[in-house]
Design a protein around this ligand. Structure first.
Ligand code: ATP
Ligand code: MG
Length: 564
């Protein structure tokens, strides 16, 4: 696998553009990323962003950010702000090129009148249901609306009165006059404008008719001089309409190219469903670290570089596929392995008393922040008579291959001494192991092994009890417990929510060197994984999110194993 380049690899769209440039069809490449501001961006959008901005960068062109804000009911300023923040975080810069379809409402309306004047659009008074009924289906041709033959003058008058607010919602629509027998249903006189007496977050009450997606999208592309309008495969069937509208209106005609959308296992990616998860409080918000949103991933500790690498790696093609979540997690691991400083943290502490270590003594080990990168410098970790180790690193009756602590066994403390477990203390009531009493070998500090001494196989992490900082650690598992939660026709995707997707560990301890670390900083807790300081973190309550484990052990372990 290659390093993160943040660059777009070769793909079929590049081949198309190369050919066009060779034939002098364009002298520059202009693309756009066109989110509808009705939700937060998710990892699927990242694929589209990397592609559109990547093409612009590759050809020295530009990429516009255009808000496709033609539906006043579902759109809000909050989403616009969040989308811009996510795009910047991901590392893309649209410069001056921030546009809104709503800024073109007057121009689009002008196009509508032009179509009417050319006899290519008419005002229809069928209800939405009747329109559907008249449209026919894949086997049967549609029937013409009784309003289809209205004279131009009457259409123009009605359209103007629609705009002036004379009619209630749903009473009239403007439709293109194309072909009610067309094999492609999108060409059977599609609706271009509808009446909606609703206030728009940008244009207020200026309008009570709003263009449909198909009438706004391609026309906005045209107005902005987009050369390549890149969208996902489900719009392939809309391309004939895209082309027809540009030609019928008589405006510059960009080329629409479709690619396969990104699907990921164990999550959902439609904004409608993500909004439901938020509204119904199945998650804590759009930026819940279990969400496939960019804001969720950012909060969890995923890096923009890892997401860009992921988008490079999955490539751009024409056939739909589902990518395993572990591919994304591997990209995150690879990047954090080189960038995250190391630290020691204990998630489920078990007390260890070093009986032969003086009570009033403490010492410090000076160790690297990163084993492979000396430039990161060194850190000191305090050691004292009482330490905590991971509960999992002790077994009362260890099997043969268990090289960590057990009664009478020896283990090395990472960067410290070899200790031996002499005594196991249990809670008299519950029988639970509550403390280990161990002795240390003073000759073995910092990895030393005196001549003739038997080697110890296991190395475990630890934190000094007196010095460690108490923290909360949130560990995340898949949000859903089936690979394709939305693909089950028998039951609602919410039935597949994983009840164990969030684990909160409240008794954790981390080494004191992390005292000044800030929200967003990521560390590798040795032997455990990568952990990021959450934005809920305060001086009173320190909170870490587990970004990812060190290896992809998920597939092998049960969903409720929180520790690895
Ligand atoms: P919805 O989830 O409601 O269908 P959407 O995902 O299409 O909405 P938009 O805001 O319209 O949301 O998307 C903006 C751009 O991102 C579009 O060009 C769309 O094709 C692209 N996009 C959306 N989802 C994906 C995905 N899963 N993979 C690749 N591109 C995507
Ligand atoms: Mg869309």
């Amino acid at each position: 696998m290659t390093e993160s380049t943040g660059q777009l690899g070769p793909n079929f769209i590049r081949n198309i553009i190369d050919e066009e440039l060779a034939a002098n069809k364009h002298d520059t490449v202009v693309t756009r990323f066109p989110p509808e501001p009705n939700g937060y961006l998710h990892i699927g959008h990242a694929k589209s962003i990397c592609l559109n901005f990547g093409l612009a960068a590759h050809y020295g062109g530009r990429c516009h950010l255009r808000f496709d804000d033609t539906n006043p009911i579902k759109e809000e300023q909050e989403y616009i702000d969040a989308i811009k923040a996510d795009l910047s975080w991901l590392g893309f810069d649209w410069g001056q090129h921030e546009y809104y379809a709503s800024n073109y409402f007057e121009t689009l309306y002008g196009y509508a009148e032009r179509l009417v004047e050319k006899g290519l659009a008419y005002v229809c008074e069928l209800t939405a249901e009747q329109i559907r009924e008249y449209r026919g289906n894949l086997i049967e041709p549609g029937r013409p609306s009784p309003y289809r033959a209205r004279p131009v003058e009457e259409n123009l008058d009605l359209l103007r009165r629609m705009r002036a607010g004379e009619f209630p919602d749903g009473s009239h629509v403007l439709r293109a006059k194309i072909d009610m027998a067309a094999p492609n249903l999108n060409l059977r006189d599609p609706v271009l404008y509808r009446i909606l007496h609703a206030s728009h977050h940008r244009t207020g009450s200026d309008w009570c008719i709003y263009p449909m997606y198909d009438f706004a999208h391609g026309q906005s592309d045209s107005i902005e001089g987009i050369t390549h309008s890149i969208c996902t495969l489900e719009f392939e069937d809309h391309r004939p309409l895209y082309d027809w509208l540009c030609e019928a209106i008589g405006i510059y005609h960009p080329r629409q190219i479709e690619f396969a959308r990104l699907n990921l296992t164990y999550t959902v990616m439609s904004k409608r469903r993500l909004l439901e998860l938020v509204n119904e409080k199945h998650v804590s918000g759009w930026d819940d670290p279990r969400m496939p949103t960019l804001s969720g991933m950012r909060r969890r500790g995923f890096t923009p570089g890892a997401i860009r690498t992921f988008c490079d790696r999955i490539g751009v093609g024409k056939s739909d596929s589902v990518i395993d979540m572990s591919v994304l997690e591997d990209c995150v691991r690879e990047e954090l392995d080189t960038t995250a400083p190391r630290a020691m943290g204990v998630l489920r502490p078990l007390k260890v008393t070093i009986t032969n270590y003086p009570e009033d003594q403490a010492e410090e080990f000076t160790v690297p922040r990163h084993p492979k990168n000396p430039d990161m410098g060194r850190r000191t970790i305090p050691f004292s008579r009482e330490i905590y180790i991971e509960r999992d690193d002790f077994m009362e009756e260890p099997p043969k291959k268990f090289f960590r602590l057990g009664p009478g066994r020896e283990v090395r403390l990472r960067y410290g001494y070899i200790i031996r477990c002499d005594e196991v203390i249990k809670d008299p009531v519950s029988g639970e192991v509550i403390e280990l009493r161990c002795s240390y070998d003073p000759e073995t500090a910092g990895g030393k092994l005196p001549e003739g001494r038997k080697k110890v196989k296991g190395i475990i992490h630890w934190v000094s009890a007196a010095h460690g900082i108490p923290v909360e650690v949130r560990v995340y598992d898949r949000l859903f417990n089936v690979a394709n939660p939305a693909g089950d026709k028998q039951c609602d995707y919410r039935e597949h929510l994983n009840p164990e997707s969030l684990g909160v560990l409240t008794d954790c301890l981390v080494e004191p060197g992390l005292v000044g670390a800030q929200p967003g900083e990521v560390f590798q807790f040795e032997r455990l994984g990568y952990f990021c300081i959450d934005r809920d973190d305060t001086a009173h309550k320190r909170v870490f999110n587990r970004v990812v484990t060190l290896r992809d052990t998920w597939a092998k372990l049960s969903a409720n194993n929180l520790n690895r």
